[in-house]
Ligand binder design. Structure first.
Ligand code: HEM
Length: 165
């Protein structure tokens, strides 16, 4: 059970990363091809014409995959991982151990920040009136979310590193 869920969580990281890059690149491309009108009120040229950046398939896939990955991470964290299920009952000791601290605090906290950024990006993009601003907001927040995910992954070579697959 442990190794099956851990393998799924490990593999899903690649889907999260690929979909995140796709969503961010699409948003940057659209943002750079459109201009934000000077007036705050949307002009005919700048008005929202198509679906919000938050509704593009690439954005939706990214958000859904991050949600699923965080859910799998929570299941691991609370019920399955021998590292975290032990550490959450001995927080004091876990804080003084680099490895336990990474899995108990740093990894989940970083991923929770990334999840929040991705969702803020989706909501703020939907709130914007003009297409260019929608795309720019999605681009900025999705890029930040991807950066935080990359920084929070246990890459091989790090003290708490894990295999790529
Ligand atoms: C986008 C979000 C996330 C990504 C990309 C991600 C990625 C990873 C990766 C690559 C591993 C190593 C898998 C392996 O050993 O092969 C891992 C392990 C783990 N993750 Fe995540 N994770 C995410 C979110 C979370 C969250 C939100 C939590 C907790 C609430 C969490 C808890 C864990 C736990 C407990 C382990 C395994 C520790 C052990 O070896 O027992 N993850 N994660």
């Amino acid at each position: 059970m442990y190794s099956a869920v851990l393998s799924a969580h490990s593999l899903l990281r690649w889907a999260v990363l690929v979909s995140g890059f796709a969503a961010a690149i699409r948003a940057w491309r659209v943002a750079s091809s459109l201009r934000i009108p000077r007036a705050t009120i949307a002009t005919a040229a700048g008005q929202a014409a198509g679906p919000s950046a938050a509704r593009w398939p690439s954005s939706v896939v990214f958000i859904v995959l991050v949600d699923v990955q965080v859910l799998v991470g929570l299941v691991l964290y609370l019920f399955i991982s021998p590292i975290t299920t032990t550490a959450i009952h001995h927080m004091g000791a876990a804080m003084s151990n680099d490895l336990a601290r990474f899995w108990t605090i740093e990894h989940p906290f970083g991923m929770a920040v990334a999840l929040t950024l991705a969702h803020i990006g989706r909501v703020r993009s939907r709130q914007a009136i003009v297409d260019a601003r929608r795309a720019r907001r999605a681009a900025v927040y999705f890029t930040l979310a991807i950066l935080v995910i990359i920084l929070s992954i246990p890459w091989p070579g790090l003290p708490y590193g894990r295999p790529l697959l």
